[in-house]
Design a binder for this molecule. Structure first.
Ligand SMILES: Cc1ncc(COP(=O)(O)O)c(C=O)c1O
Length: 357
């Protein structure tokens, strides 16, 4: 049976990339040993690290005044890493909260600070985003924290130019490398790799060089150590970084971010317009203006239908469609690796399910 993986992450990896990885796991570049066995101090791995950085710079047009480091601990580690390295930020930041991940980061920043940090959130997750944006703009703080794509709720704020006068700290974990964006007002951006850049184990952090370390922090927590040692301060997640390089090469060979962005928009439009046509049977859960192109979240009006649909999906080879346990429903993740054909097959299957239930 053909498997169509719509998982929110770890997510689908293109077959051509899997084939390359499979070969390199057995024998990396005809060296006679596996990529899994590469020493992080070898010149071969140093080359992988250098190439990964260079590809990111090339694909994302990253300006020269930005540092790139690769860390472990997932996106969640950034909730500690960022405030620990730049505590002065905590007096000068507000949060725009559009979903679960932003809320968690806000809670952790407050815990670190020991005081309240101003936040703006979407009432009931449904209305008033424009008023909210104006309020954020009027706010005094120099920095704004936001999650560009809330993976659980399917809410996306991908226009960083909404806040040109603010310095942005962005969790871009679930839409990084799925569209082109401007860097001029970005101060610190991070993304776990397990959506568009491969597998868990590595988080890429890209930040303005003025985002320096302010405390004399212990080894792994100290950002300067990672900058000075070029992401090899201790043993880095070698295989995850290697997979990221393979994914970046795949992005490049598929026409780069502009091309992938246009494919992602076209696939998302197709799914949303299908779902809108069926609104007597199902509910789209995100506010229309902020609907994510990356995670499309809906639920059936009859609750027992959701369970039945998810069960039949798996039986028919459509996997990873269950909504996050906190919101339920169905979530279709439309990352770079999801093809037009997968989307068409899924919509056909959904159409059949709706007409027979
Ligand atoms: C937007 C976003 N931020 C943060 C996280 C947490 O990432 P991690 O599990 O790598 O810590 C996730 C996980 O899916 C996410 O989607």
């Amino acid at each position: 049976m053909k498997i169509n993986n719509f998982s929110a992450g770890p997510s689908k990896i293109p077959q051509i990339v899997l084939d390359q990885i499979a070969k390199d796991i057995i024998d990396y570049q005809d060296l006679g040993y596996s990529v899994l066995e590469l020493s992080h101090r070898s010149t071969i791995f140093e080359k992988i690290l250098r190439q990964t950085k260079a590809k990111l710079i090339q694909i994302l047009d990253i300006p020269e005044n930005f540092e790139i480091i690769f860390l472990q601990g997932g996106a969640t580690f950034q909730n500690t890493f960022i405030p620990a390295n730049k505590p002065s930020l905590l007096d000068n930041i507000s949060f725009l909260i559009s979903g679960t991940w932003g809320k968690k980061t806000h809670e952790d920043f407050q815990k670190y600070y020991g005081k309240k940090i101003e936040k703006f959130d979407i009432p009931n997750g449904k209305h008033g985003m424009n008023q909210l944006i104006s309020a954020v703009k009027r706010n005094q703080s120099e920095y704004i924290y936001l999650t560009s794509n809330e993976t659980i709720e399917g809410i996306q704020i991908k226009n960083t130019q909404l806040f040109t006068e603010k310095k942005l700290i962005i969790d871009m974990s679930s839409d990084f490398c799925s569209y082109h964006f401007d860097w001029h007002n970005i101060s610190f951006l991070y993304a776990g790799a397990q959506k568009n850049l491969g597998i868990p184990g590595v988080t890429v952090c890209i930040f303005d060089t003025d985002f320096g370390e302010e405390n004399n922090l212990t080894s792994y927590l100290n950002i300067q150590n990672h900058i000075d040692k070029k992401s090899a301060f201790n043993t880095p997640p070698t295989f995850s970084i290697y997979v990221m390089l393979k994914m970046l090469n795949w992005i490049e060979s598929n026409g780069g971010l502009k091309e992938l962005e246009s494919r992602n928009i076209s696939k998302a439009k197709k799914i949303y317009s299908f779902l809108e046509d069926k609104e007597s049977k199902l509910t789209l859960l995100a506010p229309k203006l902020w609907r994510s192109n990356a995670n499309i979240v809906f639920d059936f009006k009859g609750k027992n239908l959701t369970e039945l649909f998810l069960q039949e999906s798996i039986e028919n080879g459509f996997i990873g469609l269950n909504g996050h346990r906190s919101v339920g429903g169905v979530r279709v993740s439309n990352y770079n690796s999801v093809t037009e054909e997968m989307v068409s097959d899924f919509l056909l299957f959904l159409e059949k399910f709706i007409s027979s239930n």
